[in-house]
Design a protein around this ligand. Sequence first.
Ligand SMILES: Cc1cc2nc3c(=O)[nH]c(=O)nc-3n(C[C@H](O)[C@H](O)[C@H](O)COP(=O)(O)O)c2cc1C
Length: 307
Amino acid sequence: MKNILVIHYSQSGQLTEIVNNIARPLANNKDINVIHHQIEMETPFPFPWKKMAFFNVFAESFLQIPSKINPIPETILNQKFDVIIFGYAVWYLSPSIPATSFLTSPEAKKLLATTPVITVIGARNMWIMAQEKVKTLLKESNSKLVGNIALVDRHINHISVITIVQWMFTGKKKHYLGVFPKPGVSQKDIDESSKFGKVILEHITKDNLDNLQNNLLRKKAVVIKPFLVLADKRANILFGKWAKLIYAKGKESKEKRMFWEKIFNYYLLFAIWIIAPLVFILFLLTYIPMYGKIKRDKKYYSSVEIN
Ligand SMILES: Cc1cc2nc3c(=O)[nH]c(=O)nc-3n(C[C@H](O)[C@H](O)[C@H](O)COP(=O)(O)O)c2cc1C
């Protein structure tokens, strides 16, 4: 009998639906025992978000400062799992605070040690560097990443920005103004995600997880967009400076922190609508000389390797 833990955090339920679909072929197998656990915060984050609360999680998300999570049940902690499927959303180019809080907790370290992990991401589209941060945390926990599935909004970047803002601030995954596409991961991709569970099942049945990621990639578990890799890397450098500034201002006073979060809000609009298109032009102009690096990056970020 194989033991599989599916652990995740989702606000809207989007990622819950995804991990449930992925786990279904496993749960339907009589030789596999699947246990689900949803990470709970001691102080829950709001959903839908208010604008200030949304910007107030930036510094801690980016700096990967954990908050307290509710205890994981003893029945889970006392078991040894053959595989852990870990589902997380990306907040500000980093694992969400609940995801970081779990991964850095002593309980997680115990569960993760020497256990193979498959990550499942449900994000807008900027998850590359967040996954690098998760890879590092998993390595620190002595765990082995064997698979990654990243489901994203496939509409063009700026459309997905407009629609996700509506979704996050209203809580409704609807066609904005009746003309925009629905935000987030498409229902079709969510519904079809059980195909990844079938691939995982084949590997678990054969007791061999070695080539799992390559077989997941055949089903398009990860699709790398080279421009988003560049944008993610650049934005990480700038976000690092903003996050440190806002965190430091918060130590001085709540008012100062709020003031800088408002400025960051304007900066973010500027970065999305002005800087990102300029970076895109730069990306196009340097595409040919950078082709070798783009190809290497595509291979690396699709993989479960860690540099
Ligand atoms: C505060 C916040 C910041 C986010 N930042 C990013 C981001 O940097 N990149 C990204 O692809 N998605 C980002 N998202 C979208 C989430 O990754 C995720 O798709 C969405 O919150 C739905 O997840 P859920 O299953 O928890 O409801 C962000 C969401 C929130 C709430």
